[in-house]
Every structure is written in structure tokens, then in C-alpha cells.
Design a protein around this ligand. Structure first.
Ligand SMILES: C[S@@+](CC[C@H](N)C(=O)[O-])C[C@H]1O[C@@H](n2cnc3c(N)ncnc32)[C@H](O)[C@@H]1O
Length: 328
């Protein structure tokens, strides 16, 4: 179950892991995976063997040790490594889900959720569903009374997304349907009822008139497109229905934070600690203990690999004076 979204659940910090839960097994910020807890299940990784049975009843966020090596104090096994068992928040789910399509990542998602002005109780229409990366964050933003209606014309993608939402306990917040939104538009039943519409489609301009019809007055549309030519055509299509049209590109710069071991022998070297950090730094493997001649220092540097352009986000507000309004 995706814990934070069900108001009946306690906050994640107080929840205990149960059989059937999805947990995010965290080794490092760039090494994690989703695991469904089963009584007889085991997880094997480079640290050894972890029995799911040992996880049941622990709080989300717990650190658990592998059963490799010889027994030690407090249930900790000497020689074994450890992982953290984290709750599958939308932010972590985005990093562990199976990629069936290109997906939106957290930097773009944050701006989408903020600029769509989502609050609990909102109704959101989305197309295409893709891998459900954005959908999961939309659902949390509108929970517990709101709803996300998401459409994809690809049968298999729609049903895989439905399975994921079910597995993560989000089915009451998300309805997935198969529909060609560029060809048919959104279903009439949502006419004037949507607080927000999100499009991640190859030809969004074909769906924009329908999005305008679905939105309540003052509702917000967002369209995500990787190419500027798509943005230009979309903006043209928005002009009759929308106002306050704005396009953003998010470029995120991430930093690596590492703890390093520092050998400090003389007063001179102590005085030159800044230089030493550069010269003698050695990143500690997980669990390594510093000896008495070493001290630690935290080092921060920009990541070598940065995610560059993902796409353009175009936002527009349903205009009170739009041509559709004037006609009615
Ligand atoms: C890039 S993916 C969306 C990814 C999604 N935003 C996410 O974060 O996981 C685009 C999706 O649009 C769907 N799609 C393309 N044309 C469509 C159409 N005419 N109607 C509905 N869905 C469509 C594709 O099947 C695909 O799953």
C-alpha cells in the first residue's frame, strides 16, 4: 500500500510494515527498488540475503541488516550490509516504477502540482497516463476527496498503470480509461467539472479545445512537450480559450554529498584541513569505521551526470472571456 495517501492510515512515520505492502528498498539514492512484502519472500543483493519476515512489524524508515555473516549484537549480523525500508511515496515511486514510456520526474512534477493549484478535493483530467509517474503525485495532491481521471489510448499501458495504482492503494483516487484523447477529446461527463487538465501527448493542440471545455472557469491547463515546435502549436491552440499562457523549462542541478575519511597527523596538516580535504579524501564505503588517526569531513560537489532538458511545461488559465464563454 502507498501509505501517505489514505487518510485512514497513520502518518508514514508511525506505520508498521505489513505483508502485501510495497516497500522501497533503499541502498543509495541511486540504487533502490520496489518490493512487495511476502511472508516467505527473500531479497538478495550485494550485501547478502534479507528475509521479508524480518521486515514485518517494523516501521517504515527502518534500517535492516542482511543475514550474511556471523551473528552479532542487537540482531545485527557481523559482516552483513544493510538497507533502509522506505514507504513508497510518489517521489520514490517515480524512481522505482517500471518505465513503459518516458516519464515525468520530480522537478517537472513539482511545478505541475504547484501551478495546477491542486488542493485536496480537486478533480484532474490527464492524458496520456504513460507509466503513471505523474498520476501518482496528482492523486496525493487531491486526496482524500478529489479524483484523477487519466486516459491513455494504449490498452496495455492503461491496464499496467491500473495494476500499479491498485497495488499502491490508489484505486479510490484514480480512474484509468482507454481513450484516444487527440481524436475524441475527453468524455462529455467531465464538461465544466475539471479544476485542472494535464496533457502529455504528441499532438496536444488536438486535445486543447476539449481541455478548455472540460475546465471550470479559472481552471488551469498544463501541457508537457519535449520540442519547442509542439509548444508553439499548443500556444496557438490555447489562445481562443485561455489567458496567462506561460512556458517553463526546468533544469535541475544535483549535488553529491559524501562523507570522506581524513588522515590528520600533524598540526600543520590540521591547519590545512581545507587543502587536505581535496588531497587526501577517500569516500567511505557503507559501514566502514574510522580509525583513531582519521577524522571525517563532508564533501559536496555537483553530480557528474546531470539530467538536462526533459521538456517544456506550458500553463494556461481558462479564460472567463474565452470564445467558448462568449458563445454561451
Ligand atoms: C510520454 S507518455 C506519458 C508519461 C506520463 N506523463 C508519466 O509521467 O508517466 C505519453 C502517453 O500518451 C499516450 N498517448 C499518445 N497518444 C495518445 C492519444 N491520442 N490519446 C491518449 N493517449 C495517448 C501514449 O500511449 C503514452 O502512454
Amino acid at each position: 500500500m502507498m501509505v501517505p495517501l489514505d487518510p485512514a492510515n497513520k502518518p508514514t512515520s508511525q506505520r508498521r510494515i505489513a505483508e502485501g505492502d510495497t516497500v522501497v528498498v533503499y541502498e543509495r539514492h541511486d540504487v533502490m527498488r520496489a518490493v512487495t512484502v511476502a511472508g516467505g519472500g527473500v531479497l538478495q543483493n550485494r550485501f547478502g540475503v534479507f528475509r521479508h519476515a524480518d521486515w514485518i512489524g517494523r516501521q517504515f524508515g527502518s534500517k535492516v541488516f542482511s543475514s550474511a555473516g556471523v551473528g552479532g549484537k542487537d540482531g545485527r549480523k557481523a559482516g552483513g550490509g544493510f538497507v533502509y525500508l522506505l514507504a513508497p511515496t510518489p517521489e520514490l515511486w517515480t524512481l522505482v516504477l517500471s518505465h513503459r514510456t518516458q516519464i515525468l520526474y520530480i522537478a517537472d512534477i513539482s511545478l505541475v502540482v504547484a501551478y495546477l493549484e491542486l488542493i485536496p478535493g480537486c478533480v484532474v483530467l490527464e492524458s496520456g497516463t504513460g507509466s503513471g509517474s505523474l498520476t501518482t503525485s496528482l492523486a496525493r495532491a487531491v486526496a482524500p476527496q478529489g479524483r484523477v481521471y487519466t486516459f491513455d489510448y494504449h490498452d496495455q499501458r492503461a491496464s499496467s498503470a491500473r495494476e500499479d495504482f491498485e497495488k499502491n492503494g490508489l484505486s479510490s483516487l484514480i480512474a484509468v480509461a482507454v481513450r484516444d484523447i487527440q481524436g475524441e477529446g475527453f468524455p462529455d461527463e467531465h464538461c465544466g467539472a475539471a479544476d485542472a487538465v494535464f496533457l502529455d501527448l504528441p499532438q496536444p493542440w488536438l486535445a486543447i479545445p476539449s481541455a478548455g471545455t472540460m475546465l471550470r472557469q479559472d481552471g488551469v491547463l498544463c501541457s508537457f512537450s519535449p520540442c519547442i515546435e509542439q509548444v508553439q502549436r499548443s500556444c496557438e491552440a490555447m489562445r481562443p480559450f485561455f489567458t496567462d499562457i506561460r512556458t517553463f523549462e526546468i533544469l535541475l542541478r544535483t549535488y553529491d554529498v559524501n562523507e570522506g575519511a581524513l588522515k590528520s597527523a600533524t598540526a600543520n596538516e590540521e591547519a590545512n584541513v581545507g587543502r587536505l580535504c581535496k588531497k587526501k579524501r577517500k569516500v567511505r564505503p557503507a559501514g566502514e569505521v574510522l580509525d583513531s588517526t582519521q577524522s571525517s569531513c563532508v564533501m559536496v560537489k555537483p553530480c557528474n551526470t546531470a539530467r538536462g532538458h526533459t521538456g517544456y511545461l506550458t500553463f494556461a488559465r481558462r479564460s472567463v472571456h474565452g470564445s467558448q464563454t462568449e458563445a454561451t
